[in-house]
Design a binder for this molecule. Structure first.
Ligand SMILES: [Cu+2]
Length: 206
């Protein structure tokens, strides 16, 4: 049983802001330093005042074709995640991450209880049987978050007026690495933000 990661170098992130319409949404565009879209980046905004409504909800990470899907999941603290096994082989899901060490012993079908993620942080999960299976959960203390699509884009909506910290995380950014972070003020208008991240030479999860 092992999970192998390659350290990930992060370039200085650049943020550019421009405003347009009359709604408090942020359109975020995440690219690598070559300008290629970066999918599966978790992007979230935390209120500087520290007050955010709890909107925890249920999420699901299935096992299919001996892979976890999706590769990256972002949830608010207090959310639960179910781990249905949709393969014909059994899986044994576990994590050693300090934010949520847990283990779902060898099973098929859907385990009875979903797993509660009650601390913010990054949770890397693997399968005890299939070493190549890996998935990432980013647990955040805010209901304002999203995940970039294949075009590297994500929209975060319904942001009340206020000051926020915009943060980004990517599966290739592992413990100890610096993540982009920037303060921003949301008024009653849309904002467009670009984030540049530099993946390491060998940045795919194993
Ligand atoms: Cu497995």
């Amino acid at each position: 049983m092992k999970l192998t990661f390659t350290p990930f170098a992060l370039a200085a992130c650049s943020l550019t802001l421009s405003s347009a319409l009359f709604a408090a949404s942020i359109d975020i565009d995440v690219r690598d330093t070559q300008g290629n879209p970066l999918a599966d980046a978790a992007v979230y905004v935390e209120s500087v005042a520290g007050v955010s409504p709890a909107r925890s909800r249920m999420a699901e990470i299935e096992q299919k074709n001996r892979k976890f899907m999706p590769l990256m999941t972002i949830v608010q603290t207090g959310s639960e995640i179910a781990f249905p096994n949709n393969d014909t082989v059994r899986h044994h899901v576990y994590s050693f991450s300090p934010a949520k060490p847990f283990e779902l012993k060898l099973y098929s079908g859907t385990p009875g209880n979903p797993v509660l993620f009650d601390k913010p942080g990054t949770v890397v999960i693997g399968c005890n049987i299939h070493d190549r299976m890996v998935a990432y959960i980013q647990v955040v203390n805010t209901p304002y978050f999203g995940k970039t699509d294949d075009a590297g884009k994500v929209r975060i909506t319904d942001l009340p007026v206020g000051k926020y910290k915009l943060k980004a995380w990517h599966p290739q950014v592992l413990a100890g690495a610096t993540m982009p972070e920037s303060e921003m003020t949301i008024a009653r208008q849309d904002v467009a933000v670009s984030i540049a991240m530099k993946p390491g030479a060998d940045s795919k999860p194993h």
